[in-house]
Every structure is written in structure tokens, then in C-alpha cells.
Design a protein around this ligand. Structure first.
Ligand code: GLU
Length: 438
């Protein structure tokens, strides 16, 4: 039974096994995360103990969750919470509800959160959670009971001084509200700051909804400046039409003047060289559950969308969609990674040699966690900022992070992802050294 219209969508899934022939172990996200770190460790001449500590999560919890289904049966779901590193502050990172979730994916995402909070220089560590489930097949009641069951098991290692979750793939502000409420019952008092991405009425922050895409848009603006690229009227394509993808469409047009010629979701894509109107496409998706079948456009596959001759490409879905097989065919000048892990390590040098500017995921999509941090600060003070203040402070953080990475890339003559690693790993390693961990 599909409840597509009410389903919680954030980042949409694409068929990421369909791109080519890369082997399974090459595509294991945790192996990828370790490989990326190893490259940075070599250049930084990282202390071997610090390096080894950074290759693994500090701790992780695996849970089994019994959930009463609407038909009276009980189904057992499996979930994880990985706390990767908390040297710079409490662990921070979203919770994904996805049918293909694996602990290695959660580990990789928790590692990337560690680099993400470090690259934007907010006083937090990295963590991630996941539950193997397909929320599109659950009723609202089942989804609520699953969300509460997750907190009953994982709540013991959460808290605003320990580990603070947030929304991610297929989890929403409503799910955050249920989780916060369950945690309040466990503690005996409200602790709003234990989770972020909450609805405004329950301690959420202004500007959290579009923060991931907005942060990416600030990054693209800065990249265009250093590349001397004019964005007004430039073309763009967006893969994924969840939270990040839809807001990238809207803000790409409204803030950068981009012409978005193609967008896609897990079911397929649409293309119109004259540009796609975001209000009309969003209304169509709202009505039908997908962007496909939109009247003013031709259809295009998720894979062909990546290879369009556009100025900006926004991969905004899942991992491993740009690989060594299709990297030589990417024609975009800037690849702005709003998804986590869309590009494999074998693809990075190919893009770099072809002069494609990659804005790496943990820089480009750090706007979400940055406004989550603002939300924690506001919860702690019980005093809330207006939207303008949130936007200004987000802009300051993203602009500084972009330039720190850009300068590192120039200095070491490396691609932006490696440069972002150099900035982030340095900061985490310094905190670990100062704490006496190695
Ligand atoms: N899930 C988002 C991410 O991958 C946001 C995390 C957060 O706000 O803590 O960055």
C-alpha cells in the first residue's frame, strides 16, 4: 500500500547500482571514507595513532525495534547509531530511514559528519543513525511508533551534551517532534536541544528547512566568483527532488538566476532546455508523487541527466552516482554535491583533470548542520533569532569554509575534496592532540 503523498521525503533515492561496473567493495561507502582519510593523512603526515582513531567510529549501537503494525502484528526493525568522533564537541548527524540502509553506510555518513562540522568550524563532532525500513510503505501511526521505538533504544546514548540527531533521507520535522517527545518521557523533562530540524512550534529554527540547499547556493556563488563565471541565466541540472533538490531548484533560480533545465527523482527525470518552473514542478510532484510526466518537458534518465552540458550539476540524491565509468562524460563546470557521497574516489581525479570544480559534499551540504547548530544554540538560550539573522550567520560560515578549502586546494595543488579533508582532519586532529588522545 503506497502512501506516497503523505510520505516523508527528504533526499530521494536513485538507482545507484545502475551506473556501471565498479565492484561492490570499491563502492562500500565506509571503505571510501577510510580511503579518502588515508589520502589526507599522508599529506598531513598524521600521527599514526590519530590516523587509526580517525579510521573507525569511537562507538556504535545496533538495535532491534519491535513495532506494532496497524494490522495487529509486530514487526521487528533493525537500526543503528554511530558516534564517529566527539573530540570537538557532541556527536551530530541525521537519522536515515531507508530500505537499503547498512551499518557501513551509516559509519561512512558519521565520518563525513565529523569532517562536515569541522570544515564549517562549529563545535560539534560527527554521528549518524539509520533504520532499515521503507517509510513510503508505513502509515503515519506505524511511522510514529517506529520513531518512538528507535529513541527508546538509542535514547540512552543521546542528549545535548552527547549526541544530537536531525533529519536526513526520508525523515522529517514531524519525526523529530515525535523523537523529542519520546526522549522527554524518558528523561522526565523537555530537552529540546537533544534533536534538531524540529518544527518551529517546538523549538525549531527559522531557516532550517532550506538550509542545506541555501548553504550549497552560497558555496556555488563563491566558487563562481573565483572562477570568474557568470551565473545569471547559466544552466543547471538537479538529480534528486527531496528537501535538498527542491530547494536547490527554488534558490538556484531566485538567488543565483540559474536556468534549471533538468530535475529527477527515484522514478526518472524531466528535461526542458527553456528551463523548468519550480512552482509548477513542485505542484506536479505534490499531486502525483513524482516529477515524471510533467507536461512541459521531455523525459530523461537519472544517468543521462548527470551528463548534460550544463554549467552547474547538483547531485542531490544518494551515494556513488558519479564513478570512474561516467566521470569522463560529466560536462558541468561546477558539481555542487548536495547529497552525501555522490562521487567515488576513482572519479575525483578524472573530474579534477577535466577542470570540473567539485564542491565536495561535506562542504557543499554543510548548511543543514550549520543551522542545526544555530538551533541548538537558540534552544540553549531559549531565545530565538529572526530569519535574516540565520541567513547572515549561515552565509558567513559557508563563505569562510569555501575559502578555507579553496586556499588549501591552491596551496597543495589538490582537488577540492582532498583540500576539504586537509582543513577538516587538521582541526579534528588538533583537538584530539590537545585532549591527549595520542
Ligand atoms: N542530515 C544532514 C546532513 O547530512 C543534517 C545533519 C544535522 O543537521 O545534524 O548534514
Amino acid at each position: 500500500m503506497m502512501k506516497r503523498k503523505s510520505a516523508p521525503t527528504n533526499l530521494e533515492s536513485v538507482d545507484y547500482h545502475a551506473v556501471g561496473v565498479s565492484s561492490e567493495s570499491e563502492l562500500n561507502p565506509f571503505r571510501i571514507a577510510q580511503r579518502q582519510l588515508d589520502d589526507a593523512a599522508k599529506i598531513l603526515k598524521l600521527d599514526p595513532a590519530i590516523h587509526e582513531l580517525l579510521r573507525w567510529p569511537i562507538r556504535e549501537l545496533h538495535v532491534a525495534l519491535p513495532v506494532r503494525m496497524d494490522d495487529g502484528s509486530t514487526r521487528v526493525f533493525h537500526g543503528f547509531r554511530v558516534q564517529y568522533n566527539d573530540a570537538r564537541g557532541p556527536c551530530k548527524g541525521g537519522i536515515r530511514f531507508h530500505p537499503e540502509e547498512t551499518v557501513d553506510t551509516v559509519r561512512a555518513l558519521a565520518a563525513w559528519m565529523t569532517w562536515k562540522t569541522a570544515v564549517v568550524d562549529i563545535p560539534l563532532g560527527g554521528g549518524k543513525g539509520g533504520v532499515i525500513c521503507d517509510p513510503r510503505e508505513l502509515s503515519q501511526g506505524e511511522l510514529e511508533r517506529l520513531s518512538r521505538a528507535y529513541i527508546r533504544q538509542v535514547g540512552r546514548i543521546l542528549g545535548l551534551e552527547k549526541d544530537v540527531p536531525a533529519p536526513d533521507v526520508y525523515t522529517t520535522p514531524q519525526i523529530m517532534a515525535w523523537m523529542m517527545d519520546e526522549f522527554a518521557f524518558m528523561q522526565g523533562y523537555n530537552e529540546f536541544g537533544m534533536i534538531t530540524g524540529k518544527p518551529l512550534a517546538l523549538g525549531g529554527s527559522q531557516g532550517r528547512g532550506d538550509a542545506t540547499a541555501r548553504g550549497g547556493v552560497y558555496c556555488v556563488r563563491e566558487a563562481a566568483k573565483v572562477l570568474n563565471l557568470s551565473l545569471q541565466g547559466a544552466t543547471a541540472a538537479i538529480q534528486g527532488y527531496g528537501n535538498a533538490g527542491t530547494f536547490a531548484h527554488q534558490l538556484g533560480v531566485d538567488m543565483l538566476g540559474l536556468k534549471i533545465v533538468a530535475v529527477s527523482d527515484s522514478k526518472g527525470g524531466i528535461y526542458n532546455k527553456a528551463g523548468l518552473d519550480y512552482k509548477a514542478v513542485m505542484a506536479h510532484k505534490q499531486q502525483t508523487g513524482s516529477v515524471i510526466g510533467f507536461k512541459d518537458a521531455d523525459s530523461i534518465t537519472n544517468l543521462d541527466l548527470l551528463e548534460l552540458p550544463v554549467t552547474i550539476l547538483f547531485p542531490s540524491a544518494l551515494e556513488n552516482v558519479i564513478r570512474k565509468e561516467n566521470a569522463p562524460k560529466i560536462k558541468a563546470k561546477i558539481v555542487a554535491e548536495l547529497a552525501n557521497g555522490p562521487t567515488t574516489p576513482d572519479a575525483d581525479p578524472i573530474l579534477y583533470e577535466n577542470g570540473v570544480q567539485v564542491l565536495p559534499d561535506f562542504l557543499c551540504n554543510a548548511g543543514g548542520v550549520t543551522v542545526s547548530y544555530f538551533e541548538m544554540v537558540q534552544n540553549a538560550y531559549d531565545y530565538y533569532w529572526d530569519l535574516k539573522t540565520v541567513h547572515e550567520r549561515l552565509d558567513t560560515k559557508m563563505t569562510a569554509a569555501f575559502h578555507a578549502v579553496h586556499e588549501m586546494a591552491q596551496k597543495y595543488k589538490v582537488h577540492n575534496r582532498l583540500a576539504a579533508y586537509l582543513v577538516a582532519v587538521n582541526r579534528v586532529a588538533e583537538a584530539m592532540r590537545l585532549r591527549g588522545w595520542a
